[in-house]
Design a protein around this ligand. Structure first.
Ligand code: ASP
Length: 443
């Protein structure tokens, strides 16, 4: 079997294992699942292994992003066309997220998952009212550790320029600063003397090769890491709540799949003139990793490797487009924010006039830029939008949807990563690169 087939098999085995634990080890379901000691131990073990795998991936991010941006820019020895590349990337990112939000808005208005016969769903109302305090508490707890949303948007430039160069290398959420320092280094190298440039460039070329190799090694462990992450999620999913929210669940998943399997493939085919099927195949490892980790940041090394090695996108394009994309371009998240807010409004019987819906679209677009590429990060953005459009007492409903968030997070993260990878292919193609050609898809 090929590595990606191992990952797929372990994902399916994990779903079954998790469901078995869920069926046999749960001793309490309201408002959160409580497990017996066997279940708790198993989940603890999955968590341990899953975290280890995520850490291995995150560990590669800083040297990989730094070295590949420097090599991508300085290696070419010219800055021509750089502004053009930036312009195209930003244009793609804003348009693709906007289209994703509109797909979500269309679906939530068509299927109205929060209503039954035009009235707010009674069963859902009873559920969140019965556990109002716990649900609101869950939201507060999650919000406390998160950073993102509107402030993150206005602080974008402040976050980009660190006071101290080494801050950019400190933590994963300093990605914008890391991109900025890498760009400065890459561009700067072009302008210094050859004696100064060559050894530095050579160092970064070596570092880049090395980090890609380490990513390869980490991916050998992917079947184990993925098993742990997916089994943990599947064991911890409250199937009762999923059943109660099934319409909402399917509207979110349906909208995400429409964007990924209909809209984006049309763009790939008609704008870039490449085969969507080939692109999906080239990105298979990245999509599976995004789905299992629910973190576009942690997936970044795998996405970079797949786009370079399988899709044949140059380092110049991928090193710029992907780290930026993993930080600011979140089609799945933007779509999800819009559907979630509309759902909350429907459940609470809050009228959403067309002007208010327009505000939701704009806020979803803006806040998705600030959302970090980590699990359940969009919760902050959803809360901000709900406050801004003035939906009262929304916290308990947000807490209720938080109970089914992880599987939806996995799906939207895969869509986030897929959209970034499409940007890579579309932009590379527009720059005259021969992408997705030949049979370079061996890993
Ligand atoms: N988990 C998502 C990501 O990493 C962010 C979110 O929507 O919560 O891309």
């Amino acid at each position: 079997m090929k590595p990606w087939q191992w990952i797929l098999v372990s994902m399916i085995a994990a779903l079954i294992t998790g469901a078995a634990i869920n069926a046999t080890c749960v001793i309490e379901t309201e408002p959160n699942l409580v497990f017996n000691s066997v279940g708790t131990k198993l989940i603890g073990a999955f968590d341990y292994v899953g975290t280890l795998f995520m850490n291995l991936l995150k560990m590669v991010i800083v040297p990989l992003v730094f070295s590949s941006i420097v090599v991508g820019i300085a290696g070419l020895g010219k800055t021509d066309g750089f502004a053009r590349l930036g312009g195209k990337t930003l244009l793609y990112y804003s348009l693709s997220s906007l289209v994703a939000i509109l797909v979500g808005l269309f679906m939530v208005n068509t299927f109205k998952p929060g209503l039954v016969n035009g009235q707010p769903n009674e069963a859902i109302r009873k559920q969140f009212e019965a556990n109002e305090e716990q649900y609101a508490g869950m939201v507060q707890g999650k919000l406390a550790g998160q950073d993102g949303g509107m402030n993150a948007v206005t602080d974008l430039f402040l976050r980009m320029v660190p006071q101290n160069v080494f801050e950019a290398f400190g933590a994963n959420n300093k990605m914008l600063a890391l991109i900025f320092i890498s760009l400065l280094t890459g561009i700067g190298l072009i302008f210094i003397s050859a004696e100064g440039r060559n050894p530095v460039l050579q160092f970064f070329e070596g570092l880049n090769e090395l980090t890609l190799l380490i990513t390869n090694w980490v991916m050998w462990l992917a079947p184990i890491g993925v098993f742990a992450l997916v089994a943990e999620t599947s064991a911890q999913t409250g199937f009762e709540i999923v059943k109660l929210l099934s319409k909402y669940f399917f509207v979110v998943v349906g909208a995400l799949l429409t964007h990924a399997f209909i809209v984006m493939p049309l763009v790939l085919k008609f704008v870039a003139g490449v085969s969507p099927k080939r692109h999906f195949y080239a990105m298979r490892n990245a999509l599976l990793t995004a789905f299992s980790t629910a973190s576009s940041s942690a997936t970044l090394p795998v996405t970079m490797r797949a786009l370079n090695q399988n899709a044949g996108v140059s380092e110049r394009v991928s090193s710029f487009v992907l780290p930026l994309g993993a930080t600011v371009n979140m089609d799945g998240t933007a779509l999800y924010e819009c559907v979630a807010v509309m759902f909350v409004a429907q459940v609470l019987g809050f009228e959403m006039a067309i002007g208010t819906q327009f505000t939701v679209v704009m806020l979803a677009l803006l806040t998705s830029i600030g959302v970090a590429g980590v699990p359940s990060a969009s919760l902050v953005a959803i809360t901000i939008i709900v406050y801004n459009v003035g939906i009262p007492n929304a916290e308990a409903v947000i807490g209720l949807i938080l109970a089914v968030d992880r599987p939806l997070d996995m799906t939207r993260t895969a869509v986030n990563v897929f959209s970034d990878s499409c940007a890579g292919v579309i932009i590379a193609k527009s720059e005259g690169e021969d992408v997705l050609a030949g049979d370079t898809m061996e890993s």
